[in-house]
Design a protein around this ligand. Structure first.
Ligand SMILES: Cc1cc2nc3c(=O)[nH]c(=O)nc-3n(C[C@H](O)[C@H](O)[C@H](O)COP(=O)(O)OP(=O)(O)OC[C@H]3O[C@@H](n4cnc5c(N)ncnc54)[C@H](O)[C@@H]3O)c2cc1C
Length: 488
């Protein structure tokens, strides 16, 4: 009897998948949006059929890492990759090894009444959301109630962030979008030494995790930020820090590169999973989507704020809340700024990008579905105007640029008018400030890669490598213990 060829074998496997799934589900007319995943769309290189759910920065990076390992990748994404539905579109664009300080730190509970009453602060909790948020808030408080816990969180964040600038520079170079990531350092601004010392714990955590920072004051500080209000007298420069000049375009370039490497992009929304019998219980056979089923052997959940519901479908209850954030952009801001800055009294990122001066920040704990409260974007605008006197004035003659991507272009009549665009997005946040990375406790064929809160852009490459290591059965370079799904 003639032995089937390799291609035929693969095809038979898919027919079996299909038959098993149809048997199990009892659905005779199930539409398969996916052709058999081993079809001509995917080069046959061994590896597994992996569905990556969500094409934000984490999904895009994960798809790339899995392709490098020879897996056949299908990206499932209902929106435009890197589009404004994703947190990855409108973030502060910081790629910071210094972002190791969790939101929850000892003494936080004392500030809670202020967060509920001060509508103009950097963190607010909407009263209406409070009952549903209480369990998350209790865990959030507990995660930061003692110094050893906060130190452990900082160490676990550092493992993902330490090499973030280098990883992103490499990734951007490989996508043909090399110019989108630049390493010019990141600057934390303080009015004075007392304000800096009030953040002693943050800098101790950074120092303990190998983050190097240089103090700048006087002329050295003015040379970095010539247009910033004189009120700021001290800066801490993290020279290793990088930033992205267009986070949305970067994600879209990464996805295009994944497609060029053989990944298939399915424009659909994942709804759940289909399982068939396997040697050790049930095994994954497909991701269910609103456009039919996508056959696969492994699925990676990278759906940002929508991930908790998908994790629930896989049997895991992960507390995930939206820390909603806002962003405004001045296309022609008349300020010279060649590197991103963060003022201690405003807690927002002001980043020079391709599109102009991007101001991102605010934490608003509210229901995911609640409409944006644009007053929070207005607070960003107001604060940016306090920081940069030039933003308060009317149209001014163009100011010389210190570097090509600084905010004002030489010779152009720069405008201090209101920012041209505003945006609200969802930081997918766990209460302990760490992402969930690793297999589902119930269904190990499903792997979580979400919950990156404030650091998803920076932590995406290390996350992707960790997922690839776990799928390959390699000893991961990063200890996955702190990110396990069953820690909750
Ligand atoms: C204002 C603000 C400022 C920030 N600043 C920074 C910063 O400076 N540096 C930093 O590192 N991080 C920052 N962050 C955090 C960072 O943006 C996020 O952690 C990160 O973008 C999360 O990436 P993600 O891929 O997990 O999710 P997302 O970018 O949200 O992508 C998830 C994708 O999944 C898709 N999806 C949703 N549901 C489904 C489904 N059912 N099926 C299939 N696909 C689905 C969505 O359409 C989306 O495209 C900031 C966030 C905000 C809001």
């Amino acid at each position: 009897m003639r032995r089937p060829g390799r291609a035929e074998e693969r095809c038979n496997v898919n027919v079996q998948y299909r038959a098993q799934y149809l048997d199990l589900a009892g659905m005779q007319n199930l539409q398969m949006v996916s052709r058999p995943v081993d079809s001509a769309d995917h080069p046959a290189r061994g590896g597994r059929d992996v569905a990556v759910i969500g094409a934000g920065i984490v999904g895009a990076m994960t798809a790339g890492a899995l392709l490098r390992d020879g897996h056949r990748v299908t990206l499932i994404e209902p929106g435009e990759p890197g589009g404004e539905q994703a947190a990855s579109f409108g973030n502060g664009a910081w790629i910071s090894p210094a972002s190791v300080v969790p939101m929850s730190t000892p003494g936080l509970w004392k500030k809670l009444p202020g967060y509920l009453s001060d509508r103009s602060g950097p963190l607010v909790i909407r009263w209406r959301a409070l009952p549903a948020l209480l369990p998350w808030l209790l865990r959030f408080w507990w995660a930061g109630h003692s110094l050893p816990r906060v130190q452990a969180t900082a160490r676990a964040l550092s493992a993902l962030l330490r090499d973030a600038p280098e990883r992103h520079l490499r990734a951007a170079a490989q996508t043909g979008a090399a110019g989108l990531v630049v390493q010019r350092g990141l600057l934390y601004l303080y009015p004075d030494r007392a304000a800096f010392e009030a953040e002693a714990l943050s800098w101790r955590l950074r120092h303990d995790n190998g983050v190097l920072a240089r103090e700048l004051d006087g002329a050295a500080l003015r040379a970095q930020v010539p247009d910033v209000e004189a009120h700021y007298g001290l800066g801490l420069l993290v020279a290793a820090g990088a930033h992205c000049l267009d986070p949305g375009a970067y994600v879209s370039a990464l996805v295009r590169q994944a497609q060029a490497g053989g990944a298939r992009l399915v424009p659909a929304r994942a709804l759940g999973f289909a399982f068939g019998p396997g040697p050790q219980g049930k095994r994954l056979v497909a991701v269910r989507t609103d456009a039919g089923d996508v056959a696969c052997q492994r699925a990676i959940i990278c759906a940002g704020i929508a991930s908790a519901e998908l994790a629930r479908q896989a049997g895991d209850r992960i507390p995930l809340a939206s820390e909603r954030g806002y962003r405004v952009v001045w296309p022609d801001a008349p300020v010279r700024l060649s590197l991103p800055v963060m003022p201690s009294d405003g807690k927002m990122a002001l980043t020079p990008t391709r599109g102009g001066l991007r101001v991102a920040g605010q934490v608003e704990l509210a229901e995911v579905s609640a409409p944006p409260d644009w007053r929070r974007a207005d607070l960003l605008t107001r604060f940016a105007r306090q920081m940069f006197p030039a933003l308060r004035a009317g149209p001014r003659p163009g100011l010389a640029s210190a570097a090509p991507e600084t905010c004002s272009a030489e010779g152009r009549a720069a405008s201090a008018a209101a920012p041209a665009s505003r945006w609200m997005g969802h930081r997918p946040s766990t209460p302990d400030g760490l992402p969930v990375i690793g297999p589902s406790a119930q269904h190990p064929d499903i792997v979580h890669a979400f919950g990156h809160g404030h650091v998803g852009l920076a932590a995406a490459p290390a996350t992707a490598e960790l997922v690839a290591d776990l799928l390959a059965g390699r000893t991961p370079a990063i200890d996955p213990g702190p990110y396990r799904a069953d820690r909750f």
